[in-house]
Design a protein around this ligand. Sequence first.
Ligand code: ZN
Length: 244
Amino acid sequence: MRYGILGDIHANLSALEAVLRCFEQEGVDKILSVGDVVGYGAAPRECIALVREVGATVVKGNHDAAAIGELDTTFFNPHAKAATEWTSGQLSKQDMAWIEDLPLIANLSECSVAHGTFHEPEHYDYIQCTQDADASLDLMDLPVCFVGHTHVPVVIMRMTDDPTRTAYTIEYEVDLSESARALVNVGSVGQPRDEDSRAAYCVYDAEQATVSIGRAKYDIEREAARIRSAGLPGILADRLFLGV
Ligand code: ZN
């Protein structure tokens, strides 16, 4: 089974379309999403429709929860807050109901999916180093869990020959055959923050036990124009060109 995993989409339709084309070329059998389908970008309804159309298994991100009033935005920065309010005004009742029903964790036959952490997904904490990953790696029942939230791709692993050590790599092609458990941050489709403006995505080949991070060029100008004409903060358009 080959899985295509969508990182934080953030209502960026052109980026999502570009990544779905890559999944077609890669011949993926099943699409997963780590959440944050909406927020920041200006095409929330279109992105929800598209992930539903491709039959993706989706978990709930903090921006998804905030857009339907499930999560307090006190600690969001002003731009994120403005985008959340705008997004709430765009969503239909059906979109809202779909978000409400999203689980915080999805367990498939060969991997799990969560937004921030596997161990306490409802807190939407960030995994940025090996220490942050340990509590999730301790609890995982399946060999691989895909996450997002930081918008920076990274793979954190416990190897079979030394399960006491947690290793970290930013390589794009990772062999998981010697890994007991791996937490894979797939980066962000619609708002990368690793200074690479291309959309990030991940392909997991369960038989080969490999994960690869891919990058897709997309029409940033088109998405930036959509953000500006929606009246969203200009910085949300500008940052897409920088990948920050
Ligand atoms: Zn996000």
